[in-house]
Design a protein around this ligand. Structure first.
Ligand SMILES: [Zn+2]
Length: 246
């Protein structure tokens, strides 16, 4: 099929060959890796298709931005958590959407930056917030960039990307040595995930194309020079962790 990459025989997260069919939802087929617990679409839709879905999803609101006021409030509530790693540092929100987290970070950072593939979202952020450098770029552009950051925030993006290794290579490039990376994504290993996983509303291909457990991210991030220093407690089935680039 034109809109899908070829089926892989190796786990994209850990390169192991112990992958097998797991389940089907919305006509998309998931494989699971025995070695690292990664759950991923196989075959995987290509990034062009995913970008289109993602862009439509986030800018559905006619005027302004979907759930703007609650996104802004939550960004400021989270700020104390970022303080030790972001204060007086060069910060980036990777997948910044409407710019809320980058704006909150601008109050503590030396410089705050936000990048997204969604031009509409970046335009909204630029109109609404000052003192932040918002820009539009995709992974292939970012990987060529010379800019590096002390603190990179990337929330609810990793479950959307077609090429997980390209995303990781971009992160490896963007984070300075001894810098910190804060990631959030749905938690496949959380006790609140339904026993019949098909009932989990977060399992929604092709909007989300892959899912992780603590084990998956520990193995994947270490392959790219990141050591996970902290998993944050979460009552909801969301994986939140901080890693350090060594
Ligand atoms: Zn694996």
């Amino acid at each position: 099929m034109k809109h899908q990459t070829q089926k892989t025989a190796l786990c994209p997260a850990c390169n192991d060959s112990e992958i097998s069919y797991f389940l089907k939802k919305n006509d998309y087929s998931f494989d699971c890796c025995k070695n690292c617990e990664f759950l991923f679409l196989n075959p995987m839709p290509n990034q062009t298709i995913l970008n289109k879905i993602y862009t439509e999803e986030d800018t559905k609101a006619k005027d302004g931005y979907k759930k703007a006021s609650s996104r802004l409030r939550r960004a400021f509530i989270k700020l104390p958590r970022f303080l030790p790693y972001a204060i007086n540092k060069k910060c980036l929100d990777f997948g910044c959407g409407g710019g809320f987290v980058a704006y909150a970070l601008s109050f503590i950072a030396k410089s705050s930056n936000g990048v997204d593939i969604n031009a509409k979202a970046v335009a909204y952020a630029k109109r609404r917030f000052r003192f932040v450098n918002y820009f539009c770029a995709d992974f292939t552009e970012l990987i060529k960039s010379e800019d590096q950051y002390d603190f990179v925030h990337s929330s609810e993006l990793i479950e959307h990307v077609s090429d997980i290794n390209l995303y990781m290579k971009v992160l490896e490039k963007l984070v300075k040595k001894n810098g910190y990376l804060y990631i959030t994504t749905p938690d496949l290993g959380h006790p609140k995930v339904p026993d019949n996983i098909k009932e989990w509303d977060v399992l929604c291909p092709p909007i989300h194309v892959q899912h992780f457990t603590k084990k998956t991210v520990s193995m994947l991030f270490s392959r790219y020079g990141f050591q996970i220093v902290k998993f944050y407690k979460n009552k909801k089935p969301g994986l939140i962790f901080l890693s350090k680039k060594f």
